[in-house]
Ligand binder design. Structure first.
Ligand code: DQA
Length: 150
């Protein structure tokens, strides 16, 4: 089975570290990618790490993942709360999907409480800061190595 995992990041996450650090912290997306690569290395996962401010690019990566990946970790950022198109794309993907939010969206404005992506996600991590990505990857590795645990 493939051990390729897509880590997908939505709009404005390119500004991580500069953008509202009181909410999202001081780590940059490059720091997150480095953490993810470290965990992936420990578990023999191959990462495809991407960020885009454009909804269609995220959809295209999900379509790519359909062909080759054993899991998707996705922080859809603001598209979480608006994008039926990303939900539809994820519904075409058959393996595990883990949704990650750096902040605890449930503690924030009402409009952040609803997630289209959660209708598909197998697991959701919110409010654990950028560590949420590494935790999501560990969970994926666990499911791959012990599928019965799911
Ligand atoms: C976010 C939460 C979203 O509500 C917000 O639009 C983001 C980031 C998070 O990681 O906490 O851009 O997904």
């Amino acid at each position: 089975m493939s051990r390729i995992v897509y880590v997908l990041n939505g709009p404005n996450l390119n500004l991580l570290g500069k953008r509202q650090p009181h909410i999202y912290g001081h780590e940059t997306l490059a720091d997150v990618e480095a953490d993810c690569r470290k965990v992936a290395g420990e578990h023999g996962l191959e990462l495809r790490f991407h960020q885009s401010n454009r909804e269609y690019e995220i959809i295209d990566w999900i379509h790519e993942a359909r062909e080759v990946a054993c899991g998707i970790v996705i922080n859809p950022a603001a598209f979480t709360h608006t994008s039926v198109a990303i939900l539809d794309a994820l519904n075409t993907f058959e393996a595990t999907v883990i949704e990650v939010h750096i902040s605890n969206v449930h503690k924030r404005e009402d409009f952040r409480h609803h997630s289209y992506v959660s209708l598909r996600a197998d697991g959701v991590i919110a409010g654990l800061g950028t560590q949420g990505y590494a935790l999501a990857l560990r969970r994926l590795a666990h499911l791959l190595d012990k599928p019965a645990a799911k």
